[in-house]
Design a protein around this ligand. Sequence first.
Ligand SMILES: [Fe+2]
Ligand SMILES: [Fe+2]
Length: 134
Amino acid sequence: MEWKTEYATGIRNIDAHHRKLMEFIALFENAVQHNAPGNEVRALFQRTKTFLQFHFDVEEALMRLVPYPGLDAHRTEHQQVLSQIEQLEQRAAGDIAPNDLAASMQACLADHIAAGDRLFAQYAHRLYGQASLP
Ligand SMILES: [Fe+2]
Ligand SMILES: [Fe+2]
């Protein structure tokens, strides 16, 4: 899983979080390739979900500060991403993780970043300029 320019929001901390999420996806890729035991995959899901929740909380806090009129819709998208990750976790609950685990995770995270997160970033940059956000 590689970082692409289409994921960049130009908001420093948000981009750093997104890169970290890509690192988690790479760990899933690695776990599937090496047939990692179920308890390792479950621990990885736990760490990913904890970080993802923190990331969503940070984004929503920033959206409240801006303030961003799309906050409620964006929060709904976050809930949908979390529930997709939970569905993936259930599919991976057995001892053999599905082959498409990392790709499915990438699809739901990357879509949200490239669409919803960038929409917010464009709005915030229009208001305050590129260099003004944390
Ligand atoms: Fe995000
Ligand atoms: Fe988001």
